[in-house]
Design a protein. Structure first.
Length: 284
């Protein structure tokens, strides 16, 4: 009873800010609602509209592309950075702090920095052009339909990968050094040690990072909205930014709620796959 009494304030807060809005979202997804005033029940009409909405499927495809980028680039960079840091005995804490700084800086600040750095007229391209390296001069990274999504992903990766480095570094330091000694005695090279000792040793952290990356990629919003607002011409639109526009620009809050539940369904499927992996021995 004492434990429950201490937990009660947090339970109340969670009911108010998580459970309550979640139940409301389920209800409003079956209504036509502007976000203000009464809602009109329309059944499954919002979901039928989503199935026929080309903008939604385009945005979802951008989410999948974003997921593919973040399941490869930052994880590979994080593994490499963690391995290099694990070989350093002096000043390791300095490098940890340097890697972690972008993660703790507000996304608005990070986005503003990179918008200026990659500005086509006064950014790094024009600076390089002034010293005889013109290949980036005039390139509009955030204004190009071809480059906008990967450019924003680059900025978000710069913010994210240092956190991944620290996660992997902590996991690497917990791997028993005697396993590496035994592998070397058996004639294993560095790559074989990495595959057969390192990966199994950090598997729990790797699965956790993959899970968080996939869910985070489905929910991505801040960097895209701050930098491009989903443009140009929807080239960097993701479901999160499309939901925001539907709810607060077009006043289709019921339709936006249905989109949100669609993402929740995808996230639920991912969690089911994760639970299946756990039952197959991928414990975390």
């Amino acid at each position: 009873m004492t434990a429950w009494l201490f937990m009660l304030p947090l339970v109340v807060v969670n009911v108010l800010v998580i459970l309550g809005p979640s139940v409301a979202t389920i209800y409003y997804s079956f209504t036509e609602w502007s976000g203000i005033g009464p809602a009109e029940f329309v059944g499954l009409q919002n979901y039928r509209d989503i199935v026929a909405d080309g903008d939604f499927w385009t945005a979802l495809m951008h989410n999948l592309i974003w997921t593919a980028i973040f399941l490869t680039v930052p994880i590979a960079m994080g593994l490499l950075g963690a391995f290099l840091l694990s070989q350093i005995t002096r000043f390791q804490m300095v490098f940890r702090v340097l890697y972690f700084i972008p993660y703790v800086i507000a996304s608005v600040v990070n986005a503003a920095l990179w918008k200026n750095i990659l500005d086509p007229t006064r950014g790094i391209g024009s600076v390089l052009a002034s010293v005889g390296i013109p290949f980036l001069d005039g390139v509009s990274f955030f204004g190009s339909e071809r480059l906008a999504l990967p450019a924003v992903a680059f900025v978000d990766n710069w913010h994210w990968w240092g956190f991944v480095v620290l996660l992997f570094l902590t996991a690497l330091q917990s791997v028993d050094k005697e396993l590496y000694e035994a592998a070397r005695v058996d004639g294993a090279n560095r790559w074989q040690q990495f595959i057969n000792v390192t990966i199994p040793g950090i598997r729990a952290t790797l699965v956790f990072v993959v899970l968080m990356t996939i869910i985070g990629s489905l929910l991505v919003f801040d960097y895209i909205y701050i930098i491009t607002q989903g443009g140009p011409a929807g080239a960097s639109e993701v479901v999160g930014t499309l939901m925001y526009k539907e709810a607060f620009a077009r006043f289709e809050a019921g339709y936006a709620a249905a989109m949100g539940l669609g993402l929740s369904f995808l996230s639920g499927l991912i969690i089911l796959v994760f639970l299946y992996l756990r039952r197959r021995g991928w414990e975390i």
